[in-house]
Design a protein. Structure first.
Ligand SMILES: *Cc1c(COP(=O)(O)O)cnc(C)c1O
Length: 367
């Protein structure tokens, strides 16, 4: 049996470090923000090649408040992709702005830079590429178009801790970058957490106020803010886990290499494309299969876990019907949504697990 995701083994390996970290917070009584959160903000910003970190209570809050800091609001358009987790688009709507979609490049599953310019209007304020599955979007052409049109770039890096693009870390390329530390992410809290990274002091100052009721100093609410503060315990846990992140990412990459070797000749399976100028962090190992239902049923019968990320592109989700999009408008996103399957992928996945999964896939392909 190979589960799709399993968090317990990792926890057991760092149990004592985690217990000490949590105890420190309990003793300090700094349960919301505080010294551990501040230290984690500095450490994660440094790790990601950025200057400032602003800890939040989720990746969704990070996206929402980054959009507000960029000045996006009613009447403004934010360009992003429909093939993403729904939070990317929900955050645009929270800010009161209008999401505008461009299709993905089917090989990378990220924003097709060639389609970006045509989507820009007088109302466009922000471009928000998503580094989906742990691989960077093609940032140079995106940044180039955005600069020419004076648009703010916000990276949705919720799946891309430690990923790189041309030697630059995801999180260091846009004007702001948003991370999630949801438990299943590559760097996962033991609860909910998120962060915005930026090199700009003005954004950092605004974001720190927005997450804490718009306060400049206590009870001086100079902005209409939110309660989006990071917990002290999550900051302490994430500091411990950050020290292991590089080893965990390397482990994911090794398992991905192994999947790639074992499945190379397996014709009905489309393997993920890893670009030579990017370091894929393999948040998810996503293959493409035309007969997805049959494939997943077969894996299920053999006790191999698998997932779909994501079965419906955001422009076709029932809850977002009022955006007014129709089927056929973003064909690559729609085709990806119909064909993608995520295989088991986590740092503690063993080499034997990968052999088992690949064996089941070979069996399915040969039947
Ligand atoms: C997880 C995720 C988010 C939201 O993060 P939360 O911490 O769950 O709020 C946003 N965008 C993408 C691409 C994600 O994967």
């Amino acid at each position: 049996m190979v589960p799709f995701l399993e968090l317990k083994t990792q926890y057991l390996g760092i149990k004592d470090e985690i217990a000490d970290a949590i105890q420190r917070v309990l003793d300090s009584t700094q349960y919301a923000l505080g010294a551990e959160v501040e230290a984690f903000e500095e450490e994660f910003a440094a790790f990601s090649g950025s200057t400032y970190g602003v800890g939040m209570n989720s990746g969704t809050s990070a996206l929402h408040l980054a959009l507000l800091a960029a000045g996006a609001g009613p009447g403004d358009e934010v360009i992003t992709v429909p093939h993403t987790f729904v939070a990317t688009v929900a955050a645009v709507l929270y800010a009161g702005a209008t999401p505008v979609f461009v299709d993905i490049d089917p090989a990378s599953y990220t924003m097709d830079p060639d389609l970006l310019e045509a989507a820009i209007t007088k109302r466009t304020k922000v471009v928000m590429p998503v580094h989906l599955y742990g691989q960077a979007a093609d940032m140079d052409p995106i940044l180039d178009v955005a600069r020419r049109h004076r648009l703010t770039v916000i990276e949705d890096a919720a799946q891309a801790h430690g990923a790189e693009y041309k030697e630059r870390k995801c999180g260091s390329m846009g004007d702001m970058a948003c991370f999630s530390f949801y438990p299943g992410k590559n760097l996962g809290a033991y609860g909910e957490a998120g962060m915005v990274l930026t090199d700009r002091e003005d954004y950092k100052t605004t974001l720190r106020m927005l997450r804490d009721w718009g306060q400049k100093t206590k009870y001086a609410h100079v902005l209409k803010g939110f309660n989006a503060r990071m917990d002290g315990i999550q900051g302490a846990v994430l500091r411990v886990k950050l020290r292991h992140l590089e080893a965990w990412t390397e482990s994911r990459r090794e398992r991905a290499r192994q999947y790639g070797e074992l499945l190379a000749g397996c014709e009905p399976i489309g393997l993920p494309v890893e670009y030579s100028d990017r370091r894929h962090a393999y948040h998810l190992y996503v293959v493409r299969v035309a007969d997805r239902e049959g494939f997943m049923g077969f894996l299920g019968d053999r006790d191999v876990g698998a997932g779909i990320h994501y079965p419906t592109p955001v422009h076709l989700l029932e809850g977002y019907a009022d955006l007014g999009y129709k089927e056929g408008e973003f064909p690559e996103a729609e085709r990806a949504a119909a064909e993608v399957v995520s295989l088991p992928m986590y740092p503690e996945l063993t080499s034997d697990h990968v052999v088992t999964v690949a064996g089941a896939i070979e069996e399915w392909a040969a039947r």
